[in-house]
Design a protein around this ligand. Sequence first.
Ligand code: MOS
Length: 743
Amino acid sequence: MNQTIFSINNPDERVDGLEKVTGKAKYTAEHPLPNMAYGVFVCSTITKGIVKNISTDKAMAAPGAIDVLHFENCPKVPGYQPSAFPDLKNVSEWRGLKVFADNKVRFNGQPIALALAETIESANEVAKLVEVSYQEESFETDFDKLRKDPAKLKTGSSYTRGKSQAYKEAPFYVEAEYNIPIEVHNPMEMHATIAYWENADSLLLYDKTQGPKSTQMAVARLFGLTDKNVRVIAENVGGAYGSALRSWANVPAAVIAAKKIQRPVKVVLTRPQMFSLVGYRPQSWQKLGIGADANGNLMGISHYAISNTSRYEDFREGIVDASRFLYKCDHVDTDYKLLPLDLSTPTWMRGPGEATGCFALECTLDDLAYKLKMDPIAFRVKNFTEIQQESKLPWSAINVKDCYEKGAELIGWKNRKQQPKSLKDKDWYVGYGMGVGVFGAGRGTSTVRGIWHKDGRVVLESAVSDMGAGTATAMVKVAAAALSLPEDKIKFMMGDSDLPPGPTQGGSTTTSTLGSGVHLACEALKDLMKDMAKELHPPFKETSKDDLIVENSRVSLKSNKEVAIAVGDLINKKKVDFVDVVKTSPGLNPRDIQKATNSFSVHFVKVYVHSKTGEVQLKHVVTTGDAGKIISPQTARSQMLGGAVGGIGMALTEEVKIDHSTGKIQNATLGSYQVPRHNMIPHIDVWFTDKPDPYINAIGAKGLGEIAIIGFAAAVSNAVFNATGKRLRDLPITKEKILAAKA
Ligand code: MOS
């Protein structure tokens, strides 16, 4: 708990907190529908090849069996083959795996059949009894080996500013390679879909999604339905971290099955299926070269990266991007390539691209600081710039220097020794490290309906969902500030595609995008109240709207707040129960404001490394964010805590292990895929600059979901180096790797 800005008795609460902790909040799989059938995936046990035969005789003889859906009996799906459905208008090709469309196996664990039964237990049994024979083909899953073969790589993007490889001409330079394994999101709530065809051309879907509207569109286009005939409900989402940014095989499978058997169908993934069916952070290799002059001025940055994708889709992310723009440097070149493997497709995972790239960038900068005998913070401050180096646009706001200063103070940076391995506490080496994170701060379009009821309550509506960040809480705070109303008079409704179109919750943009819509709707509600006051309250008939103010549910004279009428009285005089507005807030194109827009973070850690065993213990974490105005201090703090915990996992424990002789994930359970245990999480201080960004939007707020993790793993690696003199560049940093590393 950061005593500097949050008190333990903070009266703030999450608006959905009570429902969530008492179990009242309903998640996707918890919605009961009459006559529901349960679907369980049968997944391939080979990695590549074709399904020769599926025998369902035994399965269909099991009690409760309804059907087994697979490629041979799968109905034709418009979005699988749009050209075969020329008469359907709203069709587009399904992105990603077209489950049950053919007999091809593309990765180990691919769904090849859906067992449908009366109960979840019987569906599990039916799935087990499905007999599949395969014809196997040779496959490739070994990233470390295959990335060295240029013929296997797909060209991605290249960039050069000034001279390429200029770092090699600098008096001081560092060159290093970094490896990060596949990491998985694994939110608490499994991905789930309930599909119910209310009639032949209208569909009701309960789905775990970060975007009810984007899911609605994707599913409508899969079946050639009008968007409004697909209703997507995602009232509560139990975590996602990016895995629910797109629809995976469970969605079409449930929808196709529900149509085929004419019943609602529920498909819930199992925990092991969560490892291969809903994306992951791709495996990556990076090579960094950074050079500087003796005063610490950067003279060249070269950043090359390869990450894996699947054979059936290209997934790219901005791994090398921050190296192009974050620090002052005239000579920068980057190159990014993809390596297709016989695995499922990766996707965005918290801090996509930058979490990977900033690990390598921030470790290499740390290395170079030691080489220059400079303090790593002083080195970064030396190369600080207010001009985004790639676009050459000034940042809309950048207060990252405040983060260096405050974070250094809170972690006790003054106790750090520049010479590695100089601090010891009994058998433990002690070290301090820091790392910087950056992520784009965008603002998209959102539409919000604001309703003012005659009893004084204000309800705001938008079709977003919240994967847990606390969106409704933040939006209530935006509305309370705009309307000068107590928070308990305001309710935010979401999680239903029938509501006005809201953004997908992703890329750290929800507060900025939706907050702008909420702010605009509230301004419009106040304007409407002033109009109504002039029309319906005689004393205000001749008053200019500029001389009126709306606050605490009253419209009054700015100059004399005793002259007032209650909002409820105005609505009553209109003889209605409520009045409402619908407002669309436009997206922001940074070019229009001639500014670069980003959020920044600086993470600090103090580690102990055992001198005999190599065990790493984090003793203290300070995480600081520069993300504009902080709308909701409690939930923003929680975001930073979660990012730090994710960063600890990335740094020390998380790794998907694949057996390259079978292509199978070996540790697809939470028992064997290690996330940080509670006793690995130290005291975490959270601090924000909390300065409004004057350009990003009317509320001054930028996103912080991604910056919470970006740069964190580097801070840990840098602290381990400071403690031991050993540079660990391959994640996760295990004690075995520490013992094996040379100082
Ligand atoms: Mo975030 S990776 O855009 O959910």
